[in-house]
Design a protein around this ligand. Structure first.
Ligand SMILES: Nc1ncnc2c1ncn2[C@@H]1O[C@H](COP(=O)(O)OP(=O)(O)OP(=O)(O)O)[C@@H](O)[C@H]1O
Ligand SMILES: [Mg+2]
Length: 370
C-alpha cells in the first residue's frame, strides 16, 4: 500500500511511456512533434490517481491514466445495497471493459460521445484512455448555481435541456443493448427493498435519534409495499450513474464514463441514482437546497425522464418508490461516513445535511402520496 501511494512511481511511469511510444501512430495518428511523453499528476485520491499524458508538442494532454489503489478496509457499519469489495485490479479490468462497451454502443448516434480506452495495464491496475477536455454535468450544475453567480458576479448560460434528455436517452439505449444475464442480481424483490429500508431506518434511528429521523422511513416503507411489484425487472447497473460521471461536450453530446458493470439491478436504479445525484450534490447539501434557482432541478429531472422514456410512461410510482430507497440509502451513507471520520461533515453541518436529506425524502413522499 505504502509503495502504491508513493508519488511518481517510476515503474508505472516507464510502463506508460513505453506503451505510448509503441502505439503512438495508432493512438495519435498525424501527431506533429517528437515522441517525448510528459506525465503530470492531475489528482491523487485515496482510491486512485489520475495522470495526464501529453505526447510531442501538444498543448493539451491527449491521454489519461487512471491508476487504482486497493481501498483501506472499512469498519463494518451501515447497511449497504451491494456486498463484497472488489480489488483495485478487478475494478480496473471492469472499468476498461465497460468503457469499451460504451464506445461500441454509442458509435453512430450523434447524441453521444465516448471516453475511449486505449489500453489496460493490469499489472499496474491502470486504464489508459483518451483525455476529454470537457466539463462534467456536475461542473455545469455548480457553474449554473446561484452560489457561483454570486461569487463570480455573472450568470452562466444554462445547459440546454437536450443535453439532460440525452443522459436519459443514453441510459435507455444502454439498458436495451446490454442484457443483465450472468451478472449477480441485487434488490430483485420487493421484500429485499423493504428489508434494506428497515435496516437503514434502524441505523438512522440509532445514530441520529428517533426524533431527528421522524416517520419518513416508515412512510417510505408503506409506499414501497404498495407501489413495487413482488419481483422487479432487472438491467445492468452502471455502478455510479451520477452527473459527476457524465461529460458534457461543447458540441452538445454527452459521454458517460466511470462504468463498473458488475450487478444486475432493478431497471429504475440508475435513473433514480442520477435524479438523486442531481439533488444531493455537495453544493445542494451544504446550501440546504438553496443553491439552484427554483424550478431548475425540476426542469432537468423532467428532461432526463423524458429522454429515458420518450414515448410513454416511465412507471412513475415505481420510480418514486425506488427513488425513496436510493435517497434513504444515501442518507445512511452520509451519517455513516461522518461517523467513521472518512466524511468531511462535522456535527453541525451533518445535522443540516441530514435534515436536508430528510426533507428530500419527505418531498418525494408527498409527491408519491398525492
Ligand atoms: N478521460 C478523462 N479525461 C479528462 N478528465 C478525466 C477523464 N476521466 C476522468 N477525468 C477527471 O477525473 C475526475 C474523476 O474521474 P472518475 O470519475 O473516473 O474517478 P472516480 O475516482 O470514480 O471519481 P468520483 O468518485 O468523483 O466519481 C472526473 O470528474 C474528471 O474531472
Ligand atoms: Mg467518477
Amino acid at each position: 500500500m505504502a509503495g502504491q501511494r508513493r508519488r511518481g512511481d517510476p515503474v508505472l511511469h516507464r510502463a506508460i511511456r513505453e506503451i505510448v511510444v509503441e502505439h503512438r501512430d495508432e493512438w495519435l495518428p498525424g501527431l506533429a512533434g517528437g515522441s517525448e511523453v510528459r506525465l503530470r499528476e492531475l489528482s491523487d485520491r485515496p482510491r486512485c490517481r489520475m495522470l495526464t499524458v501529453t505526447v510531442g508538442d501538444a498543448a493539451v494532454p491527449q491521454l489519461l491514466a487512471k491508476v487504482r489503489r486497493d481501498a483501506a478496509p472499512q469498519p463494518a457499519g451501515r447497511p449497504t445495497l451491494a456486498t463484497g469489495v472488489l480489488s483495485a485490479a478487478e475494478l480496473s479490468a471492469l472499468e476498461h471493459d465497460g468503457l469499451c462497451l460504451i464506445a461500441e454502443q454509442v458509435s453512430g448516434d450523434d447524441r453521444f460521445a465516448a471516453v475511449r480506452p486505449v489500453a489496460h495495464l493490469p499489472e499496474h491496475r491502470t486504464v489508459l484512455m483518451e483525455y476529454v477536455e470537457a466539463d462534467t454535468l456536475r461542473d455545469r450544475l455548480v457553474r449554473e448555481s446561484r452560489v457561483h453567480r454570486l461569487a463570480h458576479r455573472r450568470a452562466t448560460e444554462p445547459t440546454a435541456m437536450e443535453v439532460w434528455s440525452a443522459v436519459g436517452g443514453w441510459l435507455a439505449l444502454h439498458q436495451r443493448a446490454v442484457p443483465p444475464d450472468g451478472l449477480p442480481a441485487r434488490q430483485q424483490t420487493r421484500e429485499a427493498v423493504l428489508a434494506h429500508l428497515e435496516a437503514c431506518g434502524g441505523f438512522l434511528d440509532q445514530h441520529l435519534g428517533t426524533r431527528a429521523v421522524g416517520d419518513v422511513v416508515a412512510r417510505a416503507s408503506r409506499f414501497v409495499a404498495l407501489a413495487l411489484p413482488a419481483t422487479l425487472e432487472l438491467a445492468v447497473g452502471h455502478g455510479d450513474f451520477a452527473p459527476r460521471n457524465v461529460f458534457a461536450l461543447d458540441d452538445g453530446r454527452v459521454a458517460v464514463f466511470d462504468p463498473l458493470f458488475r450487478w444486475a439491478v432493478p431497471r429504475h436504479e440508475d435513473l433514480c441514482r442520477f435524479l438523486v445525484g442531481l439533488r444531493l450534490s455537495g453544493l445542494a447539501l451544504h446550501s440546504h437546497g438553496l443553491a439552484h434557482p427554483s424550478g431548475h432541478l425540476e426542469a432537468i429531472e423532467t428532461a432526463v425522464i423524458r429522454g429515458y422514456a420518450p414515448d410513454g410512461d416511465p412507471a412513475r410510482e415505481q420510480l418514486r418508490a425506488y427513488g425513496l430507497l436510493i435517497l434513504i440509502d444515501k442518507w445512511t451513507a452520509l451519517v455513516a461516513s461522518s461517523r467513521t471520520g472518512l466524511g468531511r461533515l462535522r456535527r453541525g453541518p451533518l445535522r443540516l445535511a441530514s435534515s436536508h436529506l430528510r426533507g428530500e425524502v419527505d418531498r418525494l413522499l408527498q409527491a408519491a402520496e398525492d
